[in-house]
Design a protein around this ligand. Structure first.
Ligand SMILES: Nc1ncnc2c1ncn2[C@@H]1O[C@H](COP(=O)(O)OP(=O)(O)OP(=O)(O)O)[C@@H](O)[C@H]1O
Ligand SMILES: [Mg+2]
Length: 366
């Protein structure tokens, strides 16, 4: 008899494929407290005046990107908000064009030109009175044009923009458009903030100044045009704790050098409650993380036995070895699964799982 294929072996565990690869479209395991806090923060921000920043901190693999995608899924159905898909803070483009790059990618990938066009078409014309940059006004009008050639030219201009100031003006103009289309807030999801760690401190300052300019813009807009003419921004930044700490440190340095004069750096104005830390998963979270991934990739239902081919005890083992970090839990579950398939084990006892992890070098005791 020919050797069973990988799929045939997996079918022995009632699985269709490796269940533990990257997947952001699965229900949230654990994290009830964190998710509640995130919703509280966003809900409150929606009704508070002035822009807001929400920070999601978590070590590598703790679920930051996943959480941002869950926010997108959740808030895309809330009409008062206009939510982006998560985009990374930096791209390979030059970071001295930070604003142009970030806002450009937000429109292209975070929102999509099609959605931006829909929004401008939904809005009443009131926004046009508030945009004083004629080039930006034309650009947005042309973007919504029924004439395909005009529209394409506007998209092309938008895509080619490398000018930081124009990019900011476009963002501000869109905030007017949003309000004119009945939206209260723009929920802007930005991932991988910790990449500031690879920048020189000059570049980090430029970047932070840009964020601060955007953040501080709203009060001025209210003064000039009255309240509720422009949708506020709720900027959500996901970062590793180390990346965020670096920002705090640079902020402290600036304050020291300037004697605290001038504008207080914006990072210091973010209330502690707006900083939400993703903790390691607890046992229930770890159990659900594994069980729900298995369920999604089953060949058929196995009522009452959500962990097959693993034992209940595997949850405790993997939780400890992976220290509650979701990506590591998933990685170890894969290692054990592949090892068990190779050995042709019908079920994976805790001892078998431990011995596979040991053999693969994951149980290095200090
Ligand atoms: N609460 C959760 N429920 C279900 N799956 C989760 C949960 N948290 C994380 N995951 C899964 O764990 C994996 C790692 O998560 P993710 O990529 O979001 O981590 P990260 O913090 O962004 O990592 P990095 O620091 O490398 O960017 C993903 O496959 C994700 O689907
Ligand atoms: Mg990530």
């Amino acid at each position: 008899m020919p050797e069973a294929t990988f799929e045939e072996k997996l079918a022995g565990y009632s699985l269709r494929r490796d269940p533990f690869g990257p997947d952001y479209e699965v229900p949230m395991a654990g994290r009830k407290a964190e998710w509640r806090e995130i919703q509280e923060r966003v809900d409150q921000a929606m009704y508070r005046r002035g822009n807001d920043i929400v920070v999601i901190l978590g070590d590598y693999g703790m679920g930051k990107t996943y959480t941002l995608w869950q926010m997108h899924e959740h808030y895309k159905n809330v009409h008062e908000l206009w939510v982006t898909k998560p985009i990374p803070l930096l791209s390979s483009e030059s970071t001295s064009r930070f604003a142009a790059d970030l806002i450009g990618r937000t429109l292209r990938q975070g929102i999509g030109y099609g959605q931006a066009i829909d929004l401008i078409r939904q809005a009443d014309d009131s926004w046009q009175e508030s945009v004083d940059n004629p080039a930006v006004l034309d650009l947005l009008r042309n973007l919504a044009s029924e004439e395909p050639a005009t529209r394409d030219k506007a998209i092309d201009r938008l895509a080619r923009n490398r000018d930081n100031l124009i990019a900011q003006e476009i963002l501000f103009a869109l905030q007017f458009v949003l309000a004119a289309a009945g939206r209260r807030a723009f929920l802007w999801l930005v991932d991988e903030f910790e990449y500031i760690m690879i920048l020189t401190s000059t570049k980090v300052s430029q970047l932070v100044n840009t964020l601060r300019d955007i953040y501080d813009h709203q009060p001025e807009v209210e003064l000039r045009y009255g309240p509720e003419r422009s949708a506020k921004i709720i900027l959500t930044l996901a970062s590793s704790p180390a990346g965020w700490e670096l920002l705090q440190k640079l902020t402290r340095d600036v304050v020291r050098k300037t004697g605290g004069a001038g504008v207080v750096p914006f990072a210091q104005r973010i209330p502690g409650a707006n900083i939400i830390t993703l903790a390691p998963l607890n046992r229930d979270g770890c159990h659900d993380l594994i069980a729900w991934r298995l369920a999604k990739n089953r060949t058929g239902d196995i009522p009452g036995e959500p962990l097959i081919p693993y034992d209940e005890g595997f949850v405790d083992l993997v939780l400890e070895v992976a220290q509650g970090v979701p990506r590591r839990i998933l990685a170890y579950a894969t290692v054990v699964l592949l090892g068990a398939l190779e050995q042709g084990l019908p079920r994976i006892t805790v001892d078998a799982a431990r011995s596979i992890l040991d053999k693969e070098g994951f149980l290095n005791k200090a």
